[in-house]
Design a protein around this ligand. Structure first.
Ligand code: SAH
Ligand code: SF4
Ligand code: F3S
Length: 473
């Protein structure tokens, strides 16, 4: 009988990559993907705990499977990732028909654990140690995960790939669950990273995105030598055929001049930096234990603007954090007005049990105020995003074409001529009338219209050809 896998993924890019690797390992065991739980022999959820809403969604999706599992007890249901690590056995209590619980550090065991369930050996749970439940080395080891080298078929897109360069986080921002569920910060050995990039490029991959929670804090020590992110970028820049290198997410305090100079000097490095500010108020930043002041953030911004003047910047903000006053929020607005981010992700503070914030600070901003601040800030950011995009009208940009646009996907047509989407080197989304066969090419596109989050353009047709265009603006 064919084994069929249904998998749902929420959360950050790290989770997208994790799911990709889980799918790959199950494919090697003969699984095929299916788009419906009814049709699946294994149903997996790769989960996120960063906000309550992300967890609620998963518990509600699990709730909907109760009946299906009663009717088909042979189906294996698994909860993977950050919420599996955070809630552990609680998941068995809340959804007793779940068969497998696997933390982010144990995902390579998923195929074996499913086999165990199918062999009649009962429920399986594999998670890492908590951050106080062992020696530093034991804890690190229990979170360690090694990414296998991948072949082209395993990736959703043959010309783009994520590469993990760091796991975990040691910053312990008071609102954040990530250090608890992903464990201590650990850099991956540079030789492995570079080898993975070579193999990906040999398979036709044009763009890699290096992943880490605080990716610019990356460092790896061996034989008395420390490799930092800037060194890594120099080595990755040598990889033939690779066209674009991105990295997310950057931590403001670790944005070194050396790193900015690498981004400036290496043309394959995208002029795009995601550096979350979280708030524009010093008292809020202090309570968040972010480790910098607004003045530090402004100083960093100035260095970025001076060193990489064409860089697009983006940020994250949390509104309604414990004790945030109207004045604090005004200061966040000022920072957003001043920094002119390409885009910002804005979140309402969500208290996470197990964090210092939940333990020591009252979640005292009413939901209605959080919502109002969220909408207000989003409106301001959208206006700025559109204003910044307007500067692109009439300009030519090089677009790495990813595939049909969302609109084209939603109304599938037989023809090859559809609306296509891709991204500029500075990570702006571009939509244009094109051809499915253009996916995976880097094409010059002239922009004629913009919205806050999209540039609309036209391919410069006399240049369209099967070849991949070399470097980008
Ligand atoms: N490692 C990244 C971000 C990790 S989580 C960094 O340090 O920037 C992604 C974003 O979710 C954060 O930047 C923050 O804005 C938001 N976030 C994290 N915890 C949150 C919480 N408890 N409530 C609301 N938003 C949160
Ligand atoms: Fe969370 Fe802060 Fe670490 Fe980012 S740096 S993952 S916000 S603790
Ligand atoms: Fe969520 Fe885990 Fe990423 S908590 S944001 S999926 S690291």
């Amino acid at each position: 009988m064919t084994k069929r896998l249904y998998i749902e993924t929420v959360g950050c890019q790290m989770n997208m990559l994790d799911s990709e690797l889980v799918v790959a390992s199950l494919r090697q065991r003969g699984y095929e993907l299916t788009g419906s739980p009814d049709d699946a022999t294994a149903i997996l959820f790769n989960t996120c705990s960063v906000r309550q809403l992300a967890e609620d969604k998963i518990y509600s999706a699990l709730g909907k499977l109760r009946r299906l599992k009663q009717e088909h007890p042979e189906k294996v249901i698994g909860v993977l990732g950050c919420m599996a690590q955070k809630d552990q056995k609680l998941i068995f209590q809340r959804a007793p028909y779940v068969d497998v619980i696997v933390g982010p550090g144990q995902l390579h065991q998923v195929p074996d654990l499913i086999d165990e369930v199918e062999a009649g050996n009962g429920r399986q749970i594999e998670v890492s140690l908590g951050r106080r439940d062992g020696s530093a080395t034991q804890i690190k080891r229990s979170h360690e995960s090694f990414d296998p080298l991948r072949d082209a078929e395993m990736r959703p897109s043959p010309f783009q790939a994520y590469i993990r360069i760091q796991i975990g986080c040691n910053k312990f921002c008071t609102y954040c669950i990530v250090p608890m569920v992903r464990g201590p910060e650990q850099g991956r050995p540079p030789a492995q990273i570079v080898q993975e990039a070579y193999e990906l490029a040999a398979q036709g991959c044009l763009e890699i995105t290096l992943l880490g929670q605080t990716v610019n804090s990356y460092r790896y020590q061996e034989e008395g030598k420390t490799t930092k992110l800037a060194d890594l970028l120099h080595r990755l820049h040598e990889v033939p055929r690779l066209q674009r290198i991105k990295f997310v997410t950057s931590y403001p305090k670790d944005m070194s001049c050396e790193l900015l100079e690498a981004v400036r000097d290496l043309p394959k490095c995208s002029p795009y930096l995601h550096v979350p500010a979280q708030s524009g108020s010093n008292s809020v930043l202090e309570r968040m234990k972010r480790g910098y002041t607004v003045e530090d953030y402004r100083e960093m911004m100035q260095r970025i603007r001076e060193t990489v003047p064409n860089a697009a910047l983006s940020s994250d903000f949390i509104v309604g954090f414990c004790g945030e006053t109207d004045e604090d929020f005004e200061q966040t607005i000022e920072l957003v007005e001043e920094c002119r981010f390409k885009n910002s992700f804005i979140f309402k503070y969500s208290e996470r049990p197990g964090t210092k914030g939940a333990e020591h600070l009252a979640d005292d901003v009413p939901l209605s105020v959080k919502k109002a601040r969220n909408n207000h800030l989003l409106q301001i950011q959208n206006r700025i995003s559109e204003e910044e995009n307007r500067g692109f009208v009439g300009r030519e940009v090089n677009v790495l074409v990813e595939g049909p646009s969302k609109a084209a996907e939603e109304s599938p047509q037989e023809t090859n001529v559809v609306q296509m989407m891709g991204r500029t080197h500075c990570d702006r989304i571009v939509v244009f009338e094109g051809n499915r066969r253009q996916a995976g090419q880097i094409l010059p596109v002239t922009i004629y219209e913009v919205s806050p989050h999209t540039l609309f353009g036209q391919v410069i047709t006399d240049c369209v050809g099967p070849e991949v265009y070399t470097l980008n603006v």
